[in-house]
Design a protein around this ligand. Structure first.
Ligand code: SF4
Length: 290
């Protein structure tokens, strides 16, 4: 793994277009403590759209996606400065997605703790609207007590299939059982918790996967497909290694079937459901939820 330590110039990236800026409740900013992602060497690296984005290609890495990471060593200091110099009425409106182009709990976080340092900054403020921490890594369990101190935090965990054998046959990834455990622990700590089946890969059976999602304890469930969620109507996925290893990659019937199943059985529960981009951007602002 090629690791580059670098001071960033800014840390909150405004979202004016793209999937995070979608209705009904767009995010105002994204926050990435890293450029590149160590999970790029696993299954999700096959279809990850971040490998096609300019912020990866302009950094001058020679390594392939998943084999290099830039660490933004001053991320927490930049965040502390941004939040402390912001007027409260502006801060109240912040809806931050951490992170859209990297996993905040990828393996290098164990050593560099950039995400943890940022959470320590957020924990000093109780007045933002939303912080979504998006990960597929059981390492997030390390910071649950910290996340529990941030009243607007939502832990969002990717579980793209319930089929460990299928996941392993592709390129593996953080073990699914550990991700389910992370969700249980997160809810036990009282943290708002979301599961993103994004993108929905082949699963073992609709009853098995659907019921497991519904009984996971998560407050929100998002289902997505590669064609709806890659930000280009499937064009990026067509160019990705995933299209080579999975000939049926364009078929999203199984994702729609799972979503319909969840709609049918989530009725009468408190679980919020969302499809693709509108689901990601569907978390109600605090002032409306109260
Ligand atoms: S964890 Fe997310 S950012 Fe990292 S390679 Fe996988 S899909 Fe891409």
């Amino acid at each position: 793994m090629e690791i580059l330590l670098k001071e960033a110039k800014s840390i909150l990236t405004p979202q004016r277009n793209g999937f995070l800026a979608a209705r009904p409740y767009p995010f105002t900013h994204s926050l990435s403590g890293y450029v590149g992602c160590g999970f790029g060497q696993t299954t999700c690296g096959l279809y990850c759209y971040a490998q096609f984005l300019p912020n990866w290609h302009f950094r001058g890495f020679t390594a392939e996606w998943g084999h290099a990471v830039q660490v933004k060593t001053n991320a927490a200091q930049l965040l502390a400065k941004a939040l402390s110099t912001m007027k409260p009425q502006v801060r109240h409106k912040l809806r931050i997605f951490m992170s859209s182009t990297t996993d905040p709990y990828q393996p290098v976080e164990r050593e560099y703790q950039i995400t943890r340092q940022c959470l320590e900054v957020f924990a000093d403020y109780d007045d933002l609207d939303l912080l979504v921490v998006q990960t597929r890594s059981p390492l997030a369990a390390r910071d649950l007590s910290l996340l529990g101190k941030i009243p607007y935090a939502c832990l969002s965990v990717t579980i793209e299939t319930d089929d460990q054998i299928y996941l392993k046959r592709l390129k593996g990834g953080p073990p699914l059982e550990k991700r389910w455990e992370l969700i249980r622990e997160s809810r036990a700590c009282g943290i708002s918790t979301q599961i993103t089946v994004s993108p929905c890969l082949r699963y073992s059976g609709i009853e098995n996967f659907g019921q497991r999602l519904l009984r996971s304890g998560a407050n929100r469930l998002i289902v997505d497909s590669v064609t709806d969620g890659d930000g280009s109507g499937g064009e990026r996925t067509a160019r990705s290694p995933f299209a080579q290893v999975e000939p049926d990659w364009e078929d999203s019937d199984h994702a729609h079937r799972l979503y319909r199943y969840l709609e049918e059985y989530a009725g009468g529960t408190d679980i919020a459901l969302g499809w693709s981009i509108a689901g990601f951007c569907g978390i109600t602002p605090r002032y409306l939820a109260q």
